[in-house]
Design a protein around this ligand. Structure first.
Ligand SMILES: [Zn+2]
Length: 299
């Protein structure tokens, strides 16, 4: 009985603590206007929003190993990280509005500029430098801008995933464009069909999982049009075609096959064709009546 009571008490305490947890580590909006205030904001507990009130260059590594979410409100400013960034243990960094400001990571070293491990994720604007500019080791990286890499480009390993909305540029010395698992891919070696609409898919599955890098399709290569709704004499039809590389769908219309009643040429063409069209077109009937009237008067 005593044992059961203590178990019940323990359960109540655990539930009580769980209820308190969101209060003790509640989300706050912290401001940063220089490297020192940014360091303090990054180290603060809880899922915080860090709002920039000035451009900041940060020369220290960012390494977060706890399961917290940091949201950068860039506020039109630029945060430039001139060191590496490592996220693991469920840490996440996201951008409140990727179009309003930049979070750039520029660092040249022999290792990864960015490393994001399983359960963690990162959103950045531009990335430059590195051996592997980025390595999503089971985690997820989203790049809203461009990637420039010295050696091995964008690397997804351990089942990691990377989405790049800009371009990948490789610079000397020799560089891979993309690496998925242990396999290097050139720009032309994307898979079809794409697994993310609008993006070229570079993927390789190994014992760790499916490693994928998606790069936004810069110029669509459309296949043939497919007719969805054929045009009739009076109604426009619809058609679509897809990019053979990224599955992007473009919709189009097909003009109605019949001409307007004010074109007598149509009447003569239709005369030998179908009477159902004539029935449906008032002005063609009027024209025909005038035509027969004219012929009758003439002869
Ligand atoms: Zn495309």
């Amino acid at each position: 009985m005593k044992k059961a009571l203590s178990a019940l008490l323990a359960a109540v305490m655990v539930l009580g603590l769980a209820a308190l947890a969101p209060i003790t580590a509640h989300a706050a909006t912290l401001t940063a206007n220089d490297a020192a205030s940014l360091a303090t904001a990054l180290a603060a507990a809880g899922d915080n929003t860090i709002r920039l009130t000035a451009d900041i260059t940060y020369n220290n590594r960012i390494e977060i190993s706890t399961a917290k979410i940091i949201t950068f409100d860039l506020n039109g400013k630029t945060l430039t990280l001139r060191h590496i960034i490592r996220l693991f243990g469920g840490a996440k960094i996201q951008l409140l509005n990727p179009a309003n400001g930049e979070f750039n990571v520029y660092y040249y070293s022999d290792g990864d500029v960015i490393e994001v491990f399983g359960g963690s994720s990162l959103e950045v604007t531009n990335v430059e430098g590195g051996d592997w500019a980025m390595n999503a080791v089971g985690g997820e990286i989203t790049v809203y801008g461009d990637v420039t890499s010295m050696n091995e480009g964008a690397c997804a390993s351990g089942g990691g995933k990377i989405t790049i909305n800009g371009t990948i540029t490789t610079i000397a010395p020799a560089s891979d464009y993309i690496k998925v698992g242990s396999t290097a891919k050139t720009a032309a070696q994307f898979l079809t069909p794409s697994t993310k609409t609008g993006y070229l898919t570079y993927s390789f599955t190994d014992s760790y999982g499916t490693n994928t890098v998606w790069v936004k399709c810069a110029a669509h290569t459309f296949g043939d049009w497919t007719v969805d709704t054929p045009a009739t004499a009076t109604a426009t039809g619809t058609k679509h075609r897809n990019c053979t590389a990224c599955n992007f769908r473009e919709d189009g219309t097909i003009p109605a096959t019949g001409g307007g009643g004010d074109d007598p040429g149509d009447c003569f063409v239709l005369w030998g064709k179908t009477t159902t069209y004539l029935k449906s077109n008032f002005w063609n009937w009027i024209l025909l009546i005038f035509l027969f009237g004219w012929i009758w008067m003439a002869f």
